[in-house]
Design a protein around this ligand. Structure first.
Ligand code: PGA
Length: 252
């Protein structure tokens, strides 16, 4: 995956309500992104829809992503899904540590184990980081740094280069309060600086950074051009094929 080509992931969260709605939406996304190699596009439906959505996008340029994973490969873990199972269903990306999962108790330690499990199966982890709120003293930078540091404790540079980091300030998710272009640019520079400190400059430059939080057709072009990230993690706007296509076009 070339870092210079933007990556757009649609995170469907707990939507839509029925399998037929999911199949319909997947087909619509696939139709709008048939063969275009750029940008890279993926959609992350709920687990029960992965197989069907996978079929609907099979002949398109859209890749399959999962919203979570368990770190154990097999065993007595009721309700969980393994990296091998996701791979077998055709997933290539796995979102890990989304703030909505962290809010349910997922710790940095668990996020790390999930990232390692996913990498072991040659899937690409999309690790979400981001602060709950901003404070004038700038303590939120320390919060994001700690999340990155936790990953660096277990991932050598060569492995870290395969990780995608999604900066998703929690206050911007699903709220319509998009981070400003300056906020995004500042965080892009900050994350790069932290990764340079934890690893080295080539590693920091190799890690793909996404922005997520109320990305819409109306703000995608500016966020992409001036925010300097390498793509978006899109929630609400990925549930409408036209809006999602408009975001894809905005970075094309
Ligand atoms: P949103 O969600 O685009 O609806 O704000 C983004 C996300 O949670 O990944």
């Amino acid at each position: 995956m070339k870092r210079s080509v933007p990556l757009i992931i649609g995170n469907w969260k707990l939507n839509p309500i029925t399998l037929s709605d999911a199949a319909y939406l997947a087909s619509a996304v696939a139709r709008k992104h048939k063969t275009t190699p750029e940008p890279y596009v993926a959609i992350a439906p709920p687990f029960p829809y992965l197989a069907e959505v996978g079929k609907k996008i099979a002949k398109s340029a859209v890749a399959l992503a999962a919203q979570d994973v368990h770190y154990e490969p097999i065993g007595p873990f009721t309700g969980e899904v393994s990296a091998a199972q996701l791979k077998d269903l055709g997933a290539t990306f796995v979102i890990i540590g989304h703030s909505e999962r962290r809010a349910m108790g997922e710790s940095d330690a668990v996020v790390r184990k999930k990232v390692q499990a996913v990498l072991k199966h040659r899937l690409t982890p999309i690790v979400c980081v981001g602060e709950r709120e901003r404070d004038e003293q700038g303590n939120f930078f320390g919060f994001v740094e700690a999340q990155l540091r936790s990953l660096a404790e277990v991932l050598p540079a060569a492995v870290m280069k395969k990780v995608v980091i999604a900066y998703e300030p929690i206050w911007a998710i699903g709220t319509g309060n998009t981070a400003t272009v300056d906020d995004v640019k500042e965080m892009q520079l900050f994350i790069e600086t932290v990764l340079t400190k934890l690893y080295d400059r080539p590693t920091a430059k190799a890690v793909r950074l996404l922005y997520g939080g109320s990305v819409k057709p109306g703000n995608a072009a500016a966020l992409h051009a001036e925010g300097d990230m390498n793509g978006f993690l899109v929630g609400g706007a990925s549930l409408k094929a036209d809006d999602f296509a408009a975001i894809i076009n905005a970075v094309s």
